[in-house]
Design a protein around this ligand. Structure first.
Ligand code: IMP
Length: 423
């Protein structure tokens, strides 16, 4: 059985916690896109773990974790994460695997990502600077270096030489920046090769064999629907497909093998980086919610922009992902509020819009139309059953279901595994 977990907003929906919770009942957790731009936070026994590349399921000693072909892998970042986990006593041997077909993020990808974004000036995207867009650009330009190429020193050197010729020309002549040395990178990556080699397999084959053995697979999406390169708020998006369809291409699993898709939505909305955000708080209330929800990026530490729940967005996410259900996270962050708003549509130049507009020009000028609901003004901690939630919070959740046309299957009321209500 394959379950796909996707973000329904702009990332940071709390997927790390939901995946950690669902991983309990799974055999394999596999990531299908993105790279070290992700920051999945899991809290176990009062200890905070932040994952950038390795699936958060790794904290269960009996789970297999996979980085699929759709992920772009920065060996330096990966090894740093592996070493941190090993220091904490987490064993990865024979249960962590990397796809041969995944592409590498190399040092020049990171530098170019940072300088290209800076050069955009007021059109800056606010990328994480982790070399994501530049790695995928090389992949699609047929210039990328895959893990399987990296394992063969000769092939790696040849490919690196070709890439460096182009990148160094660009860096020196156009950006007037430092250039990279083939020998230096080769030497550094020789050490990485030795450490990574043992984890590399044909992950698509592995996953399909596991399915034949009736294993349960959790496909972990990073970022979110509105950061998707095809369905997001283009050009303010990431360079991959976080939507559920990305799980097929990013893992090498056929669409007929996907059994369910769970969308994760925060009880309000946040966004890191630039781009339109109709329900964003423009006053000090944004600051208040940021503090209440501790809304600071897990990867870059940047303060997240905060706003009300946007039902238009999550409804659209339900459509493009084919969601079976929703997991609502951070409901407890709204505990102290007297009134809570939900965007039920937009107003664009006097006209009402009930659907997410693909035009960037339209979306960036949309004013939200709100519905207001009473808050519950009560702590939720310790509540284990849906029936025990305050009436107002149940009304809020019901309204989310009605507006998004997706049923809620899980509610998170705190950071710990125990702060979860299953419906
Ligand atoms: P990139 O993925 O680094 O190219 O950044 C493109 C956009 O996606 C920027 O607005 C980032 O802030 C955003 N982004 C990338 N990864 C994440 C994530 O894991 N959570 C939230 N936003 C992200």
């Amino acid at each position: 059985m394959v379950t796909v977990v996707v973000g329904t907003q702009w990332g940071d929906e709390g997927k790390g916690k939901v995946i950690d919770y669902l991983a309990k009942g799974c055999d394999i957790v596999a990531r299908y896109q993105g790279g070290a731009n992700a920051g999945h936070t899991v809290i176990t026994n009062n200890k905070k773990h932040i994952f950038h590349l390795i699936p958060s399921g790794i904290l269960y000693p009996d789970k297999i974790c996979i980085l699929g072909n759709g992920v772009v892998i920065d060996p330096a970042a990966l090894l740093c994460e592996i070493s941190n986990l090993e220091k904490e006593g987490v064993k990865l041997s024979k249960r962590f695997f990397i796809s041969e077909n995944a592409h590498l993020t190399l040092p020049y990808h990171k530098l170019l990502d940072q300088i290209e974004d800076k050069k955009r000036g007021r059109r800056k995207l606010g990328t994480t600077g982790r070399g994501i867009g530049t790695s995928y650009t090389d992949k699609y330009a047929r210039l990328g270096i895959r893990v399987v190429d990296f394992l063969n020193e000769k092939v790696f050197r040849e490919k690196l030489k070709i890439s460096l010729k182009l990148k160094n020309y660009l860096l020196k002549k156009y950006y007037e920046e430092k250039v990279y040395n083939l020998e230096k990178i080769s030497r550094e990556y020789q050490t990485y090769r030795k450490k990574i080699k043992g984890y590399v397999i044909d992950t698509s084959l592995y996953l399909n064999q596991a399915l034949r053995k009736k294993k349960n697979i959790l496909a972990e999406g990073a970022q979110g629907t509105f950061l998707d390169i095809d369905f997001g708020t283009y050009p303010y998006v990431t360079a991959s497909n976080p939507i559920a369809g990305g799980a097929c291409t990013g893992l090498g699993i056929g669409p007929t093998k996907i059994d369910r898709v769970i969308g994760v939505a925060k009880a309000y909305t946040t966004r890191v980086g630039r781009g339109p955000f109709p329900t964003e708080f423009k006053d000090e209330f944004g600051e208040k919610l940021r503090k209440l929800g501790n809304e600071f990026g897990a990867t870059t530490g940047r303060p997240r922009r905060c706003g009300w729940f946007d039902a238009v967005l999550v409804k659209q996410a339900g459509i493009v992902n084919g969601l079976n259900s929703l997991a609502i996270t951070k409901l407890d962050v709204l505990n102290s509020l007297g009134k809570i708003k939900i965007a039920v549509g937009y107003r664009y130049r006097g006209r009402k819009i009930g659907q997410f507009p693909n035009s960037f020009e339209v979306f960036s000028h949309c004013e939200p139309i709100y519905e207001e609901l009473p808050g519950w003004k009560r702590e939720l901690s310790g509540i284990k059953k849906y029936g025990d939630l305050p009436k107002e919070s149940k009304n809020y959740l019901k309204r989310i279901e009605e507006l998004t046309q997706v049923k809620i299957s899980l509610i998170s009321i705190g950071p710990g595994r125990e702060d979860t209500i299953l419906l």
